[in-house]
Design a protein around this ligand. Structure first.
Ligand code: HEC
Length: 519
């Protein structure tokens, strides 16, 4: 086990670092220091093996007459944590877990994410200013449960994945039919380090290695940053403020209606080159000063806004650093469809002017979610940025209370009765600390990165279900762990049915399934 030995040696090496840190660092620095992450980082990583796009080499490649550029995953993740820069957002002071000037903070986040990337159309490996990376395994992506497996995977022009579609009337009353959302996310070098640790061995991911320090929370390092571009097939006729939006070509579904596609067969998911328009940009940053350790913010495109390019016409909509976990729906909204006054939601900033302008008919380009919490225009209107993202982990769990098994049991209805069952729902609008799991059914946090938790799920979906002809093939250890997790969870739940029930002789009843275990 040469590998094991080396890692052990490295650990021993890290101890002096650790002790020195604890003695010298200011009180706030109990989080894992960079030096510790680096000393414990795996350095014998295999790079360059992940596919770039859906069914690459298996019939998904560009047709011979395609002359444009093809997406290549930026996957040469650094094995050592690149140092923090003097990021522009660090200049803005914090109070009570949030920035004192949220608007300036949000703008600083956008400017950083665009720098050097706009010039290269977000083919980020060409960025001259700094290095950027993508998430593995989004080529075979199953984002929406009713979609056919893998079909939401990356298209080959920009590497966009297919997301939650907007049904008629979602973005404006002029939008009569479904429009599809396609998006791409890009990770800075400090976030890329964490991804590279999880996928150090591309055939055997380790979800607990996001932070190589076993004594720390399983999080990305301070200064990790992600920008996500959301494009839609929506047109100016359907959404007037989409005029002069940034238009890119992408290899997208020929038919925009998921109800039709999902009936199958697979040929209904046919793709062709089409036009998509940039309508939303999301940003996320790890900042130790935040109440949760993360801040998430969003911009919406407004063709009427001032600005010499579509990038400059992206209007700041809001920023969240926590969910304000105590505020019930009834305390913030007067009815299922509002209006909501957001005074109790102290862990966010909302651009009030944009709320009014973007919700003026025919527009319903709204960006407020559960109880008035921040969500994006193309997001589920009964959710919130941090609500969905705090659930990220392995194994993955429902991102909304309505999607969970217990939510079904409680008969939650997000549309008509969002104010009920607050004791259950508000768990989904809590403040999970960066790097801690959301639920006790999860083994590892993926630190607010839903792409990372989906990536692991996508990996599993192709590696773990064993087909008879593959019975002798070696299986990644994550598959055995998942199988053990499943039987342990089932047993724990079954045992609850008899816990404390006296047997015929007054002793405990045998637990399932190890019936002989009792005496
Ligand atoms: C309904 C749940 C939901 C809501 C609400 C939501 N997201 Fe996400 N988000 C996701 C999922 C699922 C992914 C991963 C899939 C993808 O990127 O294609 C994701 C991906 C992202 C990413 C890419 C990085 C990553 O790995 O998570 C960023 C950044 C992001 N969202 C920011 C935001 C911001 C900012 C908001 C609020 C304006 C928001 N999200 C609202 C579900 C949600």
């Amino acid at each position: 086990m040469p590998n094991g030995r080396r890692i052990f040696a490295l650990r021993a090496l890290a101890l002096p670092f650790l002790c020195a840190c604890l003695l010298l660092a200011p009180a706030a620095a109990f989080a894992t220091e960079d030096s510790v992450r680096n000393a414990l980082a795996k350095i014998d990583c295999v790079r360059g093996t992940f596919k770039d796009y859906y069914r690459q080499g298996e019939g998904g490649d560009p047709p011979p007459d395609y002359a444009g550029r093809t997406f290549a995953l930026s996957q040469n993740y650094p094995n050592q944590l690149p140092p923090m820069e003097s990021y522009p957002w660090l200049k803005i002071a914090f109070k009570d877990g949030g920035p004192i000037d949220p608007r300036a903070y949000l703008q600083a986040l956008l400017d950083y994410g665009l720098e050097g990337n706009v010039e290269v159309d977000f083919y980020v490996e060409d960025n001259k200013k700094r290095k950027w990376y993508g998430m593995p395994w989004m080529d075979w992506n199953t984002e929406v449960a009713s979609d056919w497996p893998g079909t939401d995977g990356r298209e080959f022009v920009h590497g966009f994945t297919h997301e939650f579609d907007s049904s008629g009337n979602t973005l404006s009353t002029l939008q009569k039919d479904f429009v599809d959302t396609w998006s791409g996310a890009y990770f800075n070098d400090r976030a890329g380090f964490g991804i590279g640790q999880v996928y150090c061995n591309p055939d055997d991911p380790k979800p607990g290695a996001l932070n190589p320090d076993p004594t720390g929370r399983n999080n990305m390092a301070n200064g990790s940053y992600i920008i996500k571009l959301l494009f839609s097939t929506v047109t100016e006729d359907q959404l007037p403020i989409a005029k002069n939006a940034l238009e890119w070509k992408a290899h997208v579904f020929v038919n925009d209606d998921p109800r039709w596609r999902n009936q199958g067969p697979l040929s209904r998911f046919e793709r062709a080159i089409g036009v998509v328009r940039l309508i939303q940009i999301d940003v996320a940053v790890r900042d130790d000063r935040s109440a949760t350790g993360w801040l998430l913010g969003t911009f919406g495109y407004d063709g009427n806004a001032k600005g010499s390019s579509p990038w400059k016409r992206m209007v700041p909509l809001g920023l969240q650093w926590g969910n304000s976990p105590k505020a019930t729906f009834a305390e913030t909204c007067s009815g299922p469809n509002g209006p909501c006054d957001r005074k109790k939601l102290t862990e966010q900033w909302i651009n009030e002017q944009a709320v009014k302008e973007l919700a003026r008919p025919p527009l319903s380009f709204n960006h407020l979610g559960y109880g008035g919490r921040l969500a994006g225009p193309v997001d589920n209107a009964r959710a919130s940025c941090m609500g969905c993202h705090q659930t990220a982990g392995f194994p993955s769990v429902a991102i909304l209370p309505e999607f969970s098994a217990n939510g079904a049991l409680l008969k939650l209805d997000g549309e008509k009765e969002p104010h009920t069952e607050q004791g259950f729902r508000l768990m989904y609008y809590g403040n999970v600390a960066s790097g801690a799991v959301f639920s006790d059914t999860q083994l590892y946090s993926s630190d607010y990165s839903l792409q990372l938790s989906m990536s692991l799920q996508n990996f599993i979906s192709l590696h773990c279900p064993q087909r008879p002809q593959e019975a002798s093939a070696p299986r990644p250890s994550i598959c055995a762990q998942l199988a053990n997790w499943s039987s342990t969870q089932k047993k724990a739940i079954d045992d609850l049915l008899i816990f404390g029930a006296p047997g015929p002789d007054g002793g405990p009843l045998p637990k399932s399934p190890d019936k002989e275990e009792r005496r």
